[in-house]
Design a protein around this ligand. Structure first.
Ligand SMILES: [Zn+2]
Length: 313
């Protein structure tokens, strides 16, 4: 249901509720009608040429009527909220806007939630932030403090819509790269940005299914377009995908096009720089290594491994 019909439904529910109250308590209907009539008289008195004391009289009468209404409502077990529709957001009365062109907090929150759902982050990752990225697990926490602060600064810039360049997170499995990717994503999402997070292997099976599907006729949109446009693209686990010419070509397109459009990306990989150079075509590695700031995760913490072992991960 769209916003307007939802609002009308809520107003209708309110009217039915008030009408039911009036049927049970005709004395409340009578007082409400008196308040409305007196209110109209006040309005006429303001715009017309009524004497000062007449206006004061009407005002005093309105006050008495309202007090009487409060008493009757209380007696019947109601309060003033009975006249209010049951808004999800009292601030904008579910309009989504507080002023023309100015979105209400509720609409901003709703949009951010929707972007979060479309981001590709797994539910667990939504809870991974900069604040709960623990440095305790590292043997050289100071080095990781620097990595953390670089990543945070990067995320804040992307969140503000400033071009922040690109990042490459590389190093062994289980050193916190995915947590940092999630933290960056969550920071940008919280600011209302569009983020696409994907494991590289999943991205290419999806792309293949999009490009080689049997659908006849013209395609509505190039499946790559969404990947080009997002405020931030995060390719996690580069190197775990099955390597083919198709993959290499699309990967190059994707990274190159985003560089041209000045849209940031983050790549995380378990490969060393040397392995990356051996694994991919030079054209691609030139783009990645030449355009990204590298953050190296080489601290295979014994404590971290112990924790992971004991928790079965
Ligand atoms: Zn609102």
């Amino acid at each position: 249901m769209d916003k307007t019909s939802k609002r009308l439904q809520k107003l209708n529910e309110r009217d039915l509720r008030v009408e039911a109250m009036y049927r049970k308590h005709p004395e409340i209907r009578a007082i409400d009608e008196a308040i409305a009539a007196n209110g109209h008289a006040m309005l006429r008195a303001v715009t017309g040429a009524a004497a000062e004391d007449q206006r004061a009289q009407l005002q005093a009468r309105q006050q008495t009527l309202l007090e009487k209404q409060q008493g009757l409502l209380k007696q019947a077990g109601y309060d003033a909220a009975v006249y209010e529709a049951d808004w999800d957001c009292p601030l904008c009365q579910d309009r989504g806007y507080v002023n023309p062109g100015q979105k209400c907090r509720c609409a901003v929150r709703e949009e951010a939630l929707e972007k979060q759902q479309h981001s590709g982050l797994a539910p667990l990752q939504l809870a991974q932030t900069f604040d709960n990225f623990s440095l305790e697990w590292y043997e050289e926490p100071r080095k990781y403090e620097r990595i953390l602060s670089t990543a945070r600064h990067f995320a804040q810039q992307v969140a503000q819509g400033t071009y922040a360049g690109n990042l490459m997170l590389y190093g062994a499995i289980g050193t916190g790269k995915t947590h940092l990717c999630s933290a960056i994503a969550n920071e940008v999402l919280a600011a209302g940005g569009n983020v696409i997070y994907t494991k590289t292997s999943r991205l290419f099976s999806w792309l293949r299914s999009q490009m080689y599907s049997d659908i006849e006729g013209p395609r509505e949109q190039d499946p790559m377009e969404g990947l080009f446009q997002a405020d931030l693209l995060i390719l996690d686990d580069l190197g775990t995908e099955k390597r083919t010419d198709f993959v290499e070509e699309q990967l190059f397109n994707l990274i190159d096009e985003r560089i041209i459009r000045r849209k940031s990306w983050v790549i995380s990989t378990n490969f060393s720089v040397e392995k990356l150079l051996n694994h991919y075509d030079e054209r691609l590695t030139d783009r990645i290594l030449g355009e990204a700031q590298r953050l190296r995760f080489d601290d295979v913490s014994i404590r971290r491994q112990k924790i992971q072992k004991s928790s079965g991960n």
